[in-house]
Design a protein around this ligand. Sequence first.
Ligand SMILES: NC(=O)c1ccc[n+]([C@@H]2O[C@H](COP(=O)([O-])OP(=O)(O)OC[C@H]3O[C@@H](n4cnc5c(N)ncnc54)[C@H](O)[C@@H]3O)[C@@H](O)[C@H]2O)c1
Length: 253
Amino acid sequence: MSKRFDNKVVVITGAGGGLGQTSAVLFAREGAHLVLTDINEEGLKESAALVEEAGSTCSTHVFDIMDESEIEAFAKEICAKHDKIDVLYNNAGAAYGEVTKMVDDMNQEKWLRYLSLNTVSPMLLARAMRSSLSNAKGLILNQSSMASYAPATVYGVTKAALNSMTYGMANVFSAEGIRVNAIAPGIMETPANKEGLTAETYARVQGMQLSDIHGTAEDIANLAVFLASEEGRFINCDVINCDAGNRLRAWRN
Ligand SMILES: NC(=O)c1ccc[n+]([C@@H]2O[C@H](COP(=O)([O-])OP(=O)(O)OC[C@H]3O[C@@H](n4cnc5c(N)ncnc54)[C@H](O)[C@@H]3O)[C@@H](O)[C@H]2O)c1
């Protein structure tokens, strides 16, 4: 039986765990060939095994997404191998730890580091992979956050800038038939998220949702698959929220 992503190539950054790993599995179930990248080699091995278990194939690539020369070397290799790339899912990012601080705790070097990782690297990678994305009339998907609507931390600022970057990228790439969207997740349970937040903070943020349900990595991965599918073809230059209404309360508090 044919699957929705048979003969399609999907590149996911930050695929060594959490939302990136779960998305890899869901795309694999739909028949996609995965190209998985991360700085975490062990996590990538685990993801590759899960992709295989889901009945598909992948390659794995360990590199630092903040290093422009490594981005370019990866893109050159992968575009030479795949003339058409259907999806670039820019999921890698820093969300926990010192990135959740703001004015008094951050010097210029740190600000630039997190902007480089969360905001600029998605654009650099997309630009470097432009030829194969263009050949496929593919989709670029940036992983934003509901924190982008209340940028009270470095993290929120980098994701707010990523929303703007998404619109700017769409303005450029759409002429080549490439759609560009972002997903803004709410609080979704991932190992990094559980470890990065105290139980009290997790419960408090979850308690701001309008819908009293638990957010999972599958909720985000399902949305990514939909946006990348034929059914999502009319959605371009947008930030799609997936947060059970959380952002509304975050604004009000
Ligand atoms: N889980 C949530 O509740 C949530 C909510 C909103 C947004 N997000 C966003 O979703 C994405 C994934 O979050 P997650 O919860 O799965 O966390 P995670 O830490 O498991 O995922 C981030 C991945 O990015 C990789 N990475 C970090 N720096 C890198 C670098 N320099 N080069 C290459 N790879 C690097 C990490 O190794 C990790 O595998 C992040 O962009 C995060 O901001 C998550």
